[in-house]
Design a protein around this ligand. Structure first.
Ligand code: GDD
Length: 342
């Protein structure tokens, strides 16, 4: 039986991956950082995950855990995942997202565990920043957020420890991936959650930022299967995982409302633009300039040809299916999507 350690096990990716690895017969350990408010809702149904306290900013805790568990595979899914918030907390973002993975890599370098532990780093398409789409493993990086620059530090640390010290360390450069377990601060879930509340008469509208940003959105289940495949490859390497299609935030809004049979018409321009219900004339979307980022990544479209060719990986769940699933999950009253995942 293989043993895996997942950092960030309480987040969307950690929870989806934990479930997948348990299904595959792994023994799964999860790192959770201390939080005054319980944060284990996404994994409450996964009784077999062994939880440990530790933190990406506490190197000693990481080293001790690796030494005790002696996992075959480590998946680093931990971090400060909100790009906008990273502008307000750049130092913490650099510490957790940039230095955190380095702490694990260095522990792997110095520890004598009698095992070649494989390390997966959750690298991000946000590292491409303003590099023109489509972006592949060969595309140059032009990050434009503290989040992106911190992720780039970790990306190069993985490559450096692989080349300099022979570690089995791989980067999965994942484009946006969502699910009903997505945090409510990310735009897709913010929209689907709000639609559920609008339908239930609990709110009137959704306030958003930049409607024209384009993202390559896929389903977290497909992408976590890809992360696992990356560590099963016989050689450590770096892979883009993406759908190859991009949609704007505006597209997402339109398709999400269409799931509950509401057609949106856009009126006005810039920060005065609104989205109205064609049938009733009710304003359902408006704009708050505070939700725009100091610097925006305009368009991400991934080219995952390498993963398809070498790992035989390609996403199975379409954009439309993803939107439908998220909206439907948020429609059910009185039960959170995290509970429904159980
Ligand atoms: N969050 C948010 N809230 N984003 C908004 C809003 C809003 O009200 N209105 C418009 N947007 C736009 C953002 O400006 C951005 O262009 C786009 O929606 C997507 O934002 P997020 O859902 O916050 O995701 P992200 O692309 O910044 O980052 C996600 O994907 C990365 C991979 O590229 C995160 O999951 C990162 O952790 C991940 O690395």
């Amino acid at each position: 039986m293989k043993t895996a350690l997942i950092t960030g096990v309480t987040g969307q990716d950690g929870a989806v991956l934990a479930e997948l690895l348990l299904e595959k017969g792994y023994s799964v350990h999860g790192l959770r950082s201390y939080s005054a408010v319980p944060d284990t809702a996404r994994i409450e149904h996964l009784d077999d995950v062994v939880l440990h306290y530790g933190d990406m900013s506490d190197g000693g805790s990481l080293t001790r855990l690796i030494e005790t568990i002696k996992p075959d595979e480590i998946y680093n899914m931990a971090g400060m995942s909100h790009v906008h918030v990273s502008f307000d907390m750049p130092e913490l973002t650099a510490d957790v997202n940039g230095l955190g993975p380095l702490r694990i890599l260095d522990a792997l370098r110095v520890l004598d565990t009698d095992k070649d532990i494989k390390f997966y780093q959750a690298s991000s398409s946000e590292m491409f920043g303003r590099s023109p789409a489509p972006q592949s493993e060969e595309t140059s990086f032009q990050p434009c957020s503290p989040y992106g620059t911190a992720k780039l530090h970790a990306y190069w640390s993985v490559r450096n420890y692989r080349d300099a010290h022979g570690l089995f360390a791989s980067n999965g450069i994942l484009f946006n991936h969502e699910s009903a377990m997505r945090g409510e601060e990310f735009v897709t879930r913010k929209i689907t959650k709000a639609i559920g509340e609008i339908e239930a008469g609990q709110r009137d509208k959704i306030t958003l930022g930049n409607l024209d940003a384009r993202r390559d959105w896929g389903h977290a289940k497909d992408y976590m299967a890809g992360a696992h495949a990356i560590l099963q490859h016989d050689k450590a390497d770096d892979f883009v995982l993406a759908s190859g299609q991009s949609y704007s935030v505006r597209d997402f809004v339109e398709r999400a409302f269409a799931v509950i049979d509401i057609q949106i018409e856009w009126q006005g321009e810039g920060v005065d633009e609104v989205g109205v219900n064609v049938k009733t004339g009710q304003t359902l979307i408006d704009i708050d300039p505070a939700l725009f980022r100091p610097k925006e990544v305009h368009e991400l479209i991934g080219d995952a040809s390498k993963a398809k060719e070498i790992l035989n990986w390609s996403p199975k769940i379409s954009f439309d299916k993803l939107v439908e699933e998220m909206v439907q999950a948020d429609r059910i009253e009185g039960k959170s999507p995290m509970m429904r995942a159980a």
